[in-house]
Structures are given as C-alpha cells and as structure tokens.
Design a protein around this ligand. Structure first.
Ligand SMILES: C[S@@+](CC[C@H](N)C(=O)[O-])C[C@H]1O[C@@H](n2cnc3c(N)ncnc32)[C@H](O)[C@@H]1O
Length: 453
C-alpha cells in the first residue's frame, strides 16, 4: 500500500506496517482525512495511540505528512478499496465531513465501501461519522434525512449507530479538523454526528491457533463431502454409494437405525465379471450369490456392515431370497458372510457357532484367528465356546435333560439341543476335552445374562 511523507511516496507491506504498529493497542483510522490535521492532532495529543489517515488526494497531504509524528501514518487509498493490510486493525474509525464519492458511497450503501469499512474495524471498535449540511445538500439530501440514511447504511454494514445528534458551532470549533474549523465560522453552521460501534466478531483477525482450528475444520468438512459425495470419476460404472452401519458402532438394545452411526460405502452392483459369467452360462442364482457376497465384503472392507435387508433393497430381491443365497454360500464354503446379525452378533445363528467351534476345537485355531476368519469379534468367539462348555457340563457331567440344561444355562431348549448335536459331532468327552474348553470352564459362582436364544 502507498503511504505518503511530504513529496515522497513509500510502499509499505504488512510486515513493515506491523513493525510500525507494534506496541499500540489503540489504532485510529480516519477515512477522507483531507490535509491530515485530525490524524496529526490525535497522534500528538495521545502518544499511546497510532493514527492512520487515508485519502485519495496526495496534494492536500504533502505538508502535514512531511512532519508526521512517529505514531502517525498517511495512506493514499480509496474508501471503496482500502488496503487489506488494514483489516481488523482499527479500534476507532472516523469519517469527518465526507464529500464526493465518499459521501455518495455512504448514502447509497456502496457495498465495496461498506464492506471495506466493516473489515477495518475490530469488533467493538468506535465509529464517528460527521456530516455537514452543505455537502449533503449538494448530494440532494437534507441534513437530517441524509444523516439518518447514512446511519441505516452503517447499520446494514454491522455498525450499531445511535440516532444522529446535532453539532453546534462550539463543538465544531473544538474539533481538530480543517473542515470543522471552516464550518464553525460559517454564519449558519449545520452539521450532525453519528456515533456507534462495530458489532460482532466476524471480522476480528483470528489468532494463529484459531487459523489452525479453522483449517482443521475445513479439512474435516472437505473429507466428509468427499466421503458422502464421492466425485463421479471415483465411481466405476455399476457402482453405487450406500449408507451402511458403522462397524465400530456397537448396537445397543432397542436402538433404531436412525440412532445408529452410518457411513457411506461404495458397492459394486454389477461388475464386468458378472456379465462375463452370465455370458459363459453360469447360472443366474450362482452369479447373484457372488454379487450378494461381494456387496457384504465390500462394505466390510470399508468399515461398514450391511444387513440382508440392505442387499435385498439394492438388488430388488426378497429378504428370504437373500438369506437363502447367503446360507447356501456359507454352508458350501464354510465361510461367514459379514453382515448385521453376525458381525454385530444379533439373533440366533448356530451355523456360525458350529463353524467357530470346529475351527477352535478341531482345527485348534486361536480365538483371534477364528474371529477374523468368521467375521466375529474375539469376545463373541469366546462367548460361543463358553456356552458350549456350559452345555457340556450340564449335559455330560450332571447329566441333565435338555430342558434342565436350558434352565441352568439360560439358553433356549432349541439352542441347547443344537449345542448337544455339536458336542456329539466333535466327540467331546472328559478324556479328550480340549485344553481351550478346560480353561473356559465357568466358575460356579459366575453369573451370566440370560440370552434370547
Ligand atoms: C471535505 S474533505 C474533509 C477532510 C477532513 N476529513 C477534514 O475534516 O478536514 C473530504 C475528503 O474526502 C476525501 N474523499 C472523497 N472521496 C473519497 C474516497 N472515495 N476515498 C477516500 N477519500 C475520499 C477527499 O479527498 C477529501 O479530502
């Protein structure tokens, strides 16, 4: 920005300005400063303040600026385009007896000018605008109507301005500006003053750590937009975005889907391999089964979990058909398809319990390994094995009937019967009881929550 000192024009940047302003808490900016007398007066009378005068006209400023005190600065700029380095600096803004485009801008509510003024001022900064009847008359306004008009424009720019007050010749004489003196000695001086302050914090320059917070906030919003509205080029033909339950959002009792955290996942409804398989004569059921499994695995890989109802909706099949496709796939492949109900461990599902028991007891795999191979949590794996052990103790050691065992364990009779079949299938006896099950023997005093199934 251009500053002036006598005949010299000096360009100063933000850091040079910051150096000049260092240590000053109060900064006055006088717009349309004329010959700069007001700024010089403030700077001399109040050395703890820094005063900046701004005007479009260099000529009038030459004399005063030549001997400007250290705490005064004169800048050449339009009120419509004030230097951005001044943003948020002013604790006090003054406009004394504007004319020309400065007065026009205030009367017409010139957006560039009002925005520039608002940006200058710190929240809570004082603003004083003095208007004289002659200049307003030239612009086609009476003093009162013009003053009220300027007040409304300043209000719209975020300045809380009180009703205009008349300035008599005594007050004008006391005011250290050239135009005030000139007016004071007129036969019928007519002038008004508007006093107010800048509202809100919107234009306050943010401290560095606030900038950091703002940057983080913007980055997070951008990430969310990217995640929920992936650019078209990131989706292949045949893919869609779907909201799946967040795998980390463990469901609580009686919680609706609306209360569960959802995350967007990209799912491949139709892949070139599906079309190829159909062309090669692979049965439609088999291809559909591959598609269903793929959808559940894709969601799982992206941190989401689909319910069978999701897949039914996406593919336009009935829920029963989806369940059947998944069940036959799991039986044929001895694999678990990750879905709401297995991953989140909802409802009865002995197929998985049997699979888990076989992997842990027959294949002697660790809990962690079984959990990862069956898409269950390690806690669920241990709980199934513990239930198996409870049933074993009731049925083989007591020995109790299915009904008695169900009563003792809190499991349903049907489930106890299924565990009984599993115990027979695995050939469990006290002589060959795997070490893992021995370790899991429930303590006699241990209490357990009754399970729905
Ligand atoms: C009547 S003089 C008042 C000067 C001084 N404030 C005083 O009280 O003695 C009005 C001043 O506004 C300045 N001015 C007019 N339009 C302006 C604008 N758009 N931006 C900055 N200054 C402007 C003029 O150059 C002139 O110096």
């Amino acid at each position: 920005m251009e500053s002036i000192r006598g005949r010299q024009a000096l360009f100063i940047d933000a850091s040079a300005l910051a150096e000049r302003l260092a240590g000053y808490r109060h900064i006055l900016i006088d717009i349309g400063t004329g010959d700069g007398r007001f700024v010089r007066h403030i700077a001399e009378a109040q050395p703890d303040r820094f005063a900046i005068g701004v005007d479009t006209c260099r000529e009038n400023l030459r004399q005063t600026s030549r001997k400007a005190p250290r705490n005064a600065l004169y800048l050449i700029a339009h009120a419509q385009a004030l230097p951005h380095e001044l943003r948020g600096l002013a604790t006090h803004v003054t406009i004394n007896f504007p004319w020309g485009s400065l007065l026009d801008g205030l009367l017409t509510g010139n957006a560039a000018m009002l925005n520039s003024l608002a940006a200058l001022a710190q929240p809570g900064a004082r603003i004083d605008v003095r208007l004289n009847g002659g200049a307003l008359a030239e612009a086609g306004w009476s003093l009162e109507a013009g003053a009220e008009r300027v007040r409304l424009m300043l209000l719209s720019a975020g300045f809380d301005v009180r009703a205009p007050a008349a300035l008599d010749s005594r007050s004008l004489r006391r005011l250290p500006t050239t135009w005030a003196k000139r007016l004071a000695f007129e036969r019928d001086p007519r002038a008004m003053v508007l006093n107010g302050m800048r509202m809100g914090a919107a234009d306050r320059p943010l401290p560095t750590h606030h900038h950091k917070v703002r940057e983080l906030f913007v980055a997070e919003v951008t990430r969310l937009v990217d995640q929920y509205y992936p650019p078209r080029e990131r989706l292949r033909p045949g893919q869609t975005v779907w909201l799946a339950v967040d795998k980390r959002d463990w469901p609580h009792d009686h919680r609706t889907l609306a209360e569960t955290r959802l995350i967007p996942v990209v799912l491949t409804l139709i892949a070139p391999a599906d079309i190829q398989a159909l062309v090669q004569g692979v049965s439609r059921t088999h291809v559909s089964q591959q598609v269903v499994v793929r959808l559940h695995r894709e969601a799982d890989a992206q941190g989401g979990v689909l319910a069978e109802a999701d897949t039914a909706l996406l593919l336009g099949y009935t829920l029963g058909h989806i369940s059947e496709l998944i069940r036959t796939y799991e039986t044929r492949m001895s694999e678990v398809v990750p879905r709401h109900g297995t991953l989140h461990d909802l409802g009865p599902s002995l197929t998985h319990k049997a699979l888990i028991a076989r992997k842990a007891l027959r294949e002697r795999k660790s809990t962690v390994q079984v959990a990862s191979e069956t898409c269950h949590t390690p806690e669920s794996v241990d709980r199934y094995l513990l239930d198996l052990m409870r049933c074993y103790i009731c049925l083989k050691r007591a020995p109790q009937s299915l009904e008695q065992a169900a009563f003792a364990t809190g499991l349903s009779v049907r489930l106890v019967a299924e565990y009984a079949a599993l115990i027979d299938e695995l050939g469990l006896t006290d002589d060959n009881l795997p070490e893992l099950l021995r370790k899991l023997q429930p303590a006699e005093t241990e209490k357990r929550e009754p399970q729905a199934n």
